[in-house]
Design a protein around this ligand. Structure first.
Ligand SMILES: Cc1cc2nc3c(=O)[nH]c(=O)nc-3n(C[C@H](O)[C@H](O)[C@H](O)COP(=O)(O)OP(=O)(O)OC[C@H]3O[C@@H](n4cnc5c(N)ncnc54)[C@H](O)[C@@H]3O)c2cc1C
Length: 268
């Protein structure tokens, strides 16, 4: 949900299970919406007094919109006489809400290539093309790993901590020097963090497919309460976790504020 000015809020559903449990057929998008609200009563309650005001079709009729699949990635982002902005090149899922930051980072990088010395342009655009490919791949790991945790909200939150350590480390770097990102956007080029995320992704996938390891298994450190995945994430993120993510004492609340934002020389 994104709150706009006035009394409007932009609301959307992403159904991560749609591939495995397809939705029933609905006559209209409004009927589908009602079905989604019934299936998620807490959201339904929030929407109780809401009325639909947008979007409208060309005839002016207000109706809901839906798309079958959002994730996509093109094979090239730079060609002869054209460059794709990050979201035109690839999109994974709105989870974690970093799309605008990614778009702005793309604009900054493309502007740097186009406005700087012509002799640097080819190298900078090649770097941009390679980097956004790596970034989409990294987002895919972070997002699909979180969804693999479902239906356990604890496992979902545990994997999502990888996104938060990546975002915090990247923001710290931006504050230190907005023009220097040695580990790339959202730490996409940080190999130790990526290895940790890939290993945990495999564990999350295995748990999703086969369930948690049985505590009786000889020689395995699995826990009877099924929290072994959370332990594994906590230990994997420990080198970068300076804010207490997954600290049971903090109950998901962090005593930190966002640093002032500066993006490649622009401050706000
Ligand atoms: C469901 C969803 C939720 C999201 N939630 C968040 C969030 O919470 N936070 C966040 O930071 N980001 C979010 N994002 C990502 C964010 O929307 C994008 O990062 C951002 O909109 C990209 O900006 P853009 O200008 O590159 O592209 P867009 O915003 O897609 O703008 C491109 C525009 O070009 C128009 N266009 C396309 N082709 C043509 C053509 N041939 N001629 C003329 N016009 C054309 C399109 O109609 C569109 O208006 C979300 C994305 C989705 C899909």
């Amino acid at each position: 949900m994104l709150r706009f000015l006035g009394d409007r809020t932009s609301v959307g559903f992403v159904d991560a299970n749609v591939a495995t449990t397809p939705m029933p057929r609905h006559e209209s998008s409004a009927e589908r919406w009602d079905w989604l609200l019934t299936r998620t009563p807490t959201v339904g309650k929030l929407m109780e007094k809401a009325s639909l005001v947008a979007p409208s079709d060309p005839s002016g009729t207000v109706r809901l919109e839906s798309v079958a699949r959002m994730s996509r990635c093109r094979s090239k982002s730079v060609g002869d006489g054209w460059i794709l902005l990050p979201v035109a090149y690839g999109f994974v899922d709105p989870l974690h809400s970093f799309g605008i930051a990614h778009s702005l980072s793309g604009i900054a990088r493309i502007a740097e290539a186009l406005l700087g010395p012509a002799s640097n342009q080819t190298v900078l655009l090649r770097n941009y093309a390679n980097d956004i490919r790596t970034e989409i791949d990294w987002f895919d790991t972070l997002i699909s790993g979180s969804y693999l945790g479902l239906p356990s909200d604890r496992d979902f939150l545990a994997y999502a901590s990888l996104y938060f350590v990546a975002a915090i480390e990247f923001e710290k770097q931006l504050v230190a020097d907005p023009n220097y990102w040695p580990n790339g956007f959202l730490n996409a080029g940080h190999q130790p963090m990526r290895r940790a995320a890939s290993d945990l992704w495999c564990t999350a996938k295995s748990r999703r497919e086969h369930g948690p390891e049985k505590p009786t298994q000889v020689g395995r450190a699995s826990r009877a309460d099924g929290e072994d995945f959370i332990d594994a994430v906590r230990s994997a993120i420990q080198p970068w976790n300076h804010v207490g993510l997954l600290d049971p004492k903090l109950c998901q609340r962090l005593n930190h504020t966002a640093p002032p934002k500066r993006f490649r020389g622009v401050s706000s």
